[in-house]
Design a binder for this molecule. Structure first.
Ligand SMILES: Nc1ncnc2c1ncn2[C@@H]1O[C@H](COP(=O)(O)OP(=O)(O)OP(=O)(O)O)[C@@H](O)[C@H]1O
Ligand SMILES: O=P(O)(O)OC[C@H]1O[C@H](OP(=O)(O)OP(=O)(O)O)[C@H](O)[C@@H]1O
Ligand SMILES: [Mg+2]
Length: 285
């Protein structure tokens, strides 16, 4: 049975559960459940604190886990990212009161408050900046006002929390993060779980593709086919079928959902008609 760690709360928890559900896995019914078995898929899910997931996975007791890239790096656990999942996107940045610091060098001699001490200490050391780090559990934006630090380093998504606290980012982003699937470093060469891990990853990849592509169908004149196919090249190559009306063909191809409306306009312009898009619910590429 494949053993998978899933975030039990916070920003990662809801979207991770939704993605697993879309991939056909049973998920817990109540937020307090700590583990469930999905016997049909031969998987056991452990609901753990997002921060602890890399530690469990690196210990080898769990085969894989879903966590944030920033949490994985912060933990310094012996685990690696194997699939980015496209949700819980954020950047990790320094921020302070406007006019206090503009560049990384301005951090010298200052104190930085953060919940991600591992990331910050390593970044400062790599950049050769001599600043001290104070660890806080959360709500770090208040640390400056209350005099615990002159600078903070924190997750920024919309920037609302910083604005509300009267703070501004400075320097380059320290890192970009999103939810990722992780496993113990080197586990693919030693683990018996590998075929099941690959099947799990294919299912999640199927969900990612279903979320980012739509199926497009249209009819066009044979003379316009090359132009039309250039607009909708599909993943491998579009399906072209004859129509009863001579001189016309039907074309079917996957297109990125974000570009679907523009592509429909362009197809119409070159004479394609009966242009339809339909959602993809699941796929294996
Ligand atoms: N707006 C956001 N706030 C916090 N974390 C976010 C946000 N957007 C994305 N994330 C990502 O979610 C992960 C943090 O998850 P975690 O559950 O620790 O934080 P949380 O949502 O702040 O929950 P809590 O503070 O209740 O523990 C990180 O990978 C982080 O990059
Ligand atoms: O840029 P924003 O969209 O405002 O999101 C970022 C904020 O959200 C998180 O805080 P959270 O609410 O999780 O509280 P915490 O600091 O206690 O973790 C994070 O620590 C930032 O404060
Ligand atoms: Mg938080």
């Amino acid at each position: 049975m494949l053993r998978i760690a899933v975030p039990n709360k916070g920003s990662l928890s809801g979207p991770a559960g939704e993605m697993l559900h879309e991939a056909g896995y049973q998920q817990r019914r109540e937020a307090k459940e700590l583990r469930i078995v999905d016997p049909e898929n031969e998987v056991e899910f452990f609901y753990l604190r997002p921060r602890d997931i890399a530690i469990y996975v690196s210990s080898g007791k769990l085969d894989i886990g879903i966590t944030g890239r920033d949490l994985l790096i912060d933990s310094a656990a012996d685990a690696e990212e194997i699939l980015p999942l496209g949700f819980a996107r954020s950047t990790f940045r320094f921020a302070t009161k406007p006019g206090t610091a503009e560049a990384l060098d301005d951090l010298a001699g200052k104190t930085v408050a953060t919940s991600y001490e591992g990331i910050v200490a390593k970044y400062l050391a790599d950049q050769g900046v001599d600043a001290s780090v104070v660890h806080l559990d959360g709500a770090v934006e208040t640390a400056i006002e209350l005099g615990v630090a002159e600078v903070i380093a924190d997750v920024v998504e919309t920037g609302t929390s910083l604005r509300n606290a009267g703070l501004e980012v400075f320097g380059d982003p320290i890192m970009k993060s999103e939810a990722v699937v992780i496993r113990r470093t080197g586990a693919e060469t030693t683990g018996d779980a590998e075929p099941k891990v690959q099947q799990f990853l294919r299912r999640l990849q199927g969900v990612l593709v279903a979320r980012t592509y739509v199926m497009m169908d249209y009819d066009c004149r044979v003379e316009q086919l090359e132009k039309a196919v250039a607009l909708t090249p599909g993943l491998e190559s579009p399906t072209v079928s004859p129509l009863h009306n001579e001189g016309w063909v039907a074309v079917r191809a996957m297109v990125p959902s974000k570009e679907a409306q523009r592509i429909m306009d362009d197809l119409y312009e070159i004479g394609a008609r009966a242009i339809l898009t339909t959602a993809i619910h699941a796929c294996r590429l």
